[in-house]
Design a protein around this ligand. Sequence first.
Ligand code: GRF
Length: 198
Amino acid sequence: MSHKRVAILISGGGSNMVSLVDSMVGDHPARACLILSNDAEAGGLKRAAERGIPTAAVDHRPFKGDRAAFEAELLRPLEQAQPDIVCLAGFMRVLTGGFVSRFQGRMLNIHPSLLPKYKGLNTHARAIEAGDATHGCSVHEVTAALDDGPILGQAQLKIEAGDTADTLAARVLVWEHKLYPAVLRRFANGDKTPVLLP
Ligand code: GRF
């Protein structure tokens, strides 16, 4: 059985990447083929190497905001790895429409809010500030508009009295680690029916 090839882009510790990689075993239709970061010091690269997954890093800083030049370099290890699916997992660089169009319909992202609410940053603080009763995370297809593509899964939880952005982020992260693997397994099987947790 040939498995679907999955490249995962990270910027930091890579806890979502680890939950994806550790889920791709047994009868899972996919396997990780590359872990790619915009920071060579990202803790997630070490965790990927410990799992025997090829890694690469392309630092965005020398490009001084020239996104096209940065992305041209970012494409090199991706073109070598030839992924069927690309997962953004805590990847904190905004990609151009041109880059995204190369992976149209096969690039996923996890975002820590119940999209379409709270696109962008500081999602937990904004949900608390707004007095929301519930919050959560979403996995969506990546399109040219930030945090905007078709939703493939969501996990919802209650905001508790006394929650801070940090306590809420920690509880959402637990659900991110359940939601993203569930969505990837379904997506790699060619099924885009949204996963709704719990
Ligand atoms: C996660 O909350 C993710 O939703 C957000 O960045 C955080 C990264 O976590 N985009 P990790 O690097 O996967 O641990």
